[in-house]
Every structure is written in C-alpha cells, then in structure tokens.
Design a protein around this ligand. Structure first.
Ligand code: ZN
Length: 453
C-alpha cells in the first residue's frame, strides 16, 4: 500500500496528513487508454521534446489526469527528473517527485511552480492551469528547457488553445511554447462477452456518416467495407450492465507553424484551428469514437452521447426537432390515429424520457410538457424509463467518484416511484412500473457499493 505523508510545522507542534494512494493501475499506458492512429504519433512526438508544453483538455471526469500519468509513466526513466504539482495526488508513481497543492497554506500552483523550478526538473506536470499566473509561469518553464504537461478545462484540443489565450497571457509566448494540445472524452467499453451486433437507427447512422465523410485522406484511415456496430446487452460477466471498463476518445493537434500563426491572431476561433488541423489529417474525438464503435469497442450511441453531452444546445435543438415532428404527425394523421401506432407510442415515451432527463440535468423540476399533446400513458411510461436513465447516469457518476449525483438520483427515483403509485399503473403500465422498481433496486445496489468504499 502506498501512503503519502505530509508534515507541516506549526506554532504549536506539527500537523501530519496521511493520504492512501491508489496503486498504479496496469492501464497507465497510452495505447491501453485508447490513444491510437496518428493521434498517438502526434502525442509521442510532442512529449519526446525536451521543452515545450503539452496540454490535455476535456470535461470533468474525462480522464485527463490519467492520460498525463500514462505519459509520465512512459517518460519516467533513470536520469530524468520529474516533478508533479497535483491537487490531489491520484496515483503514486515510483521515481517521480510528487507534491500536493495546499491552497490554504499558500502552496498554490503558481507559487509551487516558481519554487520547484529551483530543483531543475526535466519534466513538470501541473495538475491544472486555472489562472493567468499559473499559465504564465508554466509557459516560461516550457520555453526555458522544461517539458511541461498540464490540463485546462475546455471542450476540445482547439478550444484549449483559445482558452489559454483568453486567460490573458501573451499569445506569442503561448504559440512558441506549445507542442501539442490533446482533447479527450471517456465512454463505456462494451462487455466483450455479451455485446451484440446492431445497426444504429437512421438518425444516428446519418450522424455517423457525416463524421466519416469528413475524413481527410491524409488521416490514413482505412474504413471497413461493411459497417458493423454493436450494442450493449448485459450478462453475469458485466453484472448485467452490458459495459465493462472505460475507454478514452482522443484528438490531438500539433502546434505546427500554421497553428502557431493562428494562435497569435487574436481573432482566431477554435473552429478555424480545427479546419486547419483537418487539412493535416486531424482525427477528432468524434471520429475517433466512431472508429472505436466500428471496431466493436463501444457503441455508436455512446460516442454521440459523450461527444454532445456537454453541448446543451444540441440537446435543446434535437428536442425541438422531435417536438416539431410529433406535432406534424398528429396534424397529418390525426391525434387518435397516430396513437394507435405502437411505434408512435414507443417514440413518445422515449421523447418524454429525453425531455424529463434534460430538465433534471438542467436543474429544472418535472412538469407538464408544454405544446405537446400526449396520453397519460406516454408520460407515465416515459417517467418509468427515466428511472433507468438516472441509474445509468448514477453508475457513470459513481465511476467518477461523483457520489453527490448518485445520492441525488437515488432520491429522484424514490420520489418518482412514490408519485407513480398514485396513478392507475395496471396493464401495460404495470410492466413499466415493475421495470422502474428494478431500476430502483439497481440504484440502491450502487448506493450500497459506495457505502462500502
Ligand atoms: Zn456482459
């Protein structure tokens, strides 16, 4: 067991903090995390320089730090001095000097970085760049013969460059110091024991085609003759979830001369940087995900979900689009007639599930859906399915140590079930209600597992 001890001397004696660290997992390896194709070459090339900065970006819980650890793991050799500034230290790396940020004690990223420079490290890993001062110091280190690895909070590799520039640092310093910018997401890996072949529906397939059509020949990607996708099932090997472990989706943009020129142009937007990168065979997170779905590692649905999850505008737009279609169907065929169609009813339930889930994730209360005429059965059935979605979200959250969401979703499912019992849940709705109760049981299991930790 690894344990990090930090002792600070105070006026009335010493204060000691003991932190038990996770053992370094087997998967601290770039390829095992899911870095493939030319993205791997770009990153390898960028981290094998003896100066410059490599930035990784993605939403909270997307595995940014784990990727940096896997890079450090590869660079960690005798005679290479590596120092990290972390908040908190997540894994222990043998032979690496890892230090813990202590904001209250004045040991901030910026202060720590300045004092650690005196130790003459070859490589510095900074947990996160959040402010101009840290960014400035990190870039200066990168320009003076140190390889710097860090993360920033942004949505894409190109977005990270813009984000750094917007912190108010000198754009020409950024342009000169940058080696490469990485973007990533995390998706669930399909359980190899039970995944089954399944073609995505028309709308999803359309999205997949759009992404694949955008491949530049210079990306050197060979697509299979026949597109085969897989979906999750659930079996004893995966605890009935249908997924086992997680997989990263990656993109990387090297700072070549053209990219450097764009960074220095104060008007440059991330879209322009991406367009430029695309000409050099850039593989976006989304494309990487579709390629991984084609190789059966994950499902196309997961990829689209993961790449658009933080894009609320997309969710809003697609809900509005569905609403338009529902109203058109009702108008064209008559409300009674469309409701006789099983496929229509199923679609409406799915719509209710998506709409209510959207409300909940945006901290809005459940209410009557405005401007859409629907039967009570569709709404109630959709609420039952919503419980399943909340469980899935909670499992994801638990994997990311976000126990608050787990607790919140547990409460939500309890509340929804308590409300549903007030309705006439017989016949078809009885089946849906029983499914919702199973979701609650699964939810409580997740909660219980967490309480054991
Ligand atoms: Zn399975």
């Amino acid at each position: 067991m690894d344990c990090r001890v930090s002792i600070i001397s105070g006026g009335y004696g010493e204060a000691a903090v003991l932190r038990i660290l996770a053992q370094q997992p087997q998967t601290l390896n770039m390829e095992a995390l899911g870095i493939r194709f030319q993205t791997l070459d770009i990153i390898n090339n960028a981290v094998n320089q003896n100066k410059g900065i490599v930035i990784n970006t993605g939403p909270t819980g997307s595995g940014k730090t784990t990727t940096l650890y896997s890079i450090l793991n590869q660079l960690n050799k005798k005679d290479v001095k590596i120092i990290t500034l972390e908040d908190p230290i997540e894994y222990s790396l043998g032979g690496v000097m890892q230090t813990q940020i202590d904001k209250e004690g004045g040991y901030t990223f910026a202060n720590a970085l300045k004092s650690l420079m005196r130790q003459n490290p070859n490589i510095i890993m900074i947990g996160e760049i959040r402010d101009a001062e840290t960014a400035q110091t990190a870039l200066e280190a990168a320009l003076t013969g140190h390889l710097v690895l860090s993360t920033v909070h942004a949505n894409s590799a190109a977005g990270a460059m813009v984000r750094l520039a917007e912190l108010g640092i000198d754009r020409s310093i950024l342009a000169n110091a940058l080696n490469c910018s990485i973007g990533q997401r995390l998706v669930r890996r399909l359980c190899p024991a039970c995944k089954k072949e399944q073609q995505p529906d028309e709308a999803l397939m359309q999205k997949v085609k759009t992404v694949l059509d955008g491949i530049d020949p210079s990306a050197k990607i060979t697509l299979p003759d026949k597109f085969v996708f897989f979906a999750s099932v659930g079996c004893p090997a995966c605890g009935g979830i249908g997924y086992k472990g997680r997989l990263g989706l990656f993109e990387a943009i090297p700072a070549n001369n053209e990219v450097r020129k764009l960074i220095q142009d104060t008007k440059a937007l991330d879209a322009e940087i991406e367009t430029l990168a695309a000409k050099a065979g850039f593989i976006s997170i989304e494309l990487d995900g579709i390629l991984k779905a084609l190789s059966g590692d994950t499902s196309a649905k997961r990829v689209i979900f993961a790449t658009h999850r933080s894009d609320l505008k997309t969710a809003e737009a697609s809900l509005a689009d569905i609403e338009k279609r529902i109203n058109k169907l009702q108008k064209d065929f008559g409300y009674t007639r469309v409701n006789e169609e099983g496929a229509y009813q199923a679609a409406l339930e799915e719509y209710v599930e998506a709409k209510t889930f959207y409300w909940l994730t945006n901290k809005q209360p459940l209410k009557k859906i405005p401007n859409i005429k629907l039967e009570a059965q569709s709404y109630l059935g959709g609420l039952c399915d919503l419980c399943g979605e909340l469980v899935r979200q909670a499992i994801n959250a638990a994997a990311n140590h976000d126990y608050q969401t787990v607790k919140k979703n547990n409460q939500l499912i309890n509340d929804i079930l308590a409300e549903l019992i007030n309705f006439d849940m017989t016949g078809y709705l009885r089946t849906k209600y029983d499914q919702a109760r199973q979701h609650l049981r699964k939810m409580e299991e997740v909660n219980y597992q967490i309480s054991l930790k």
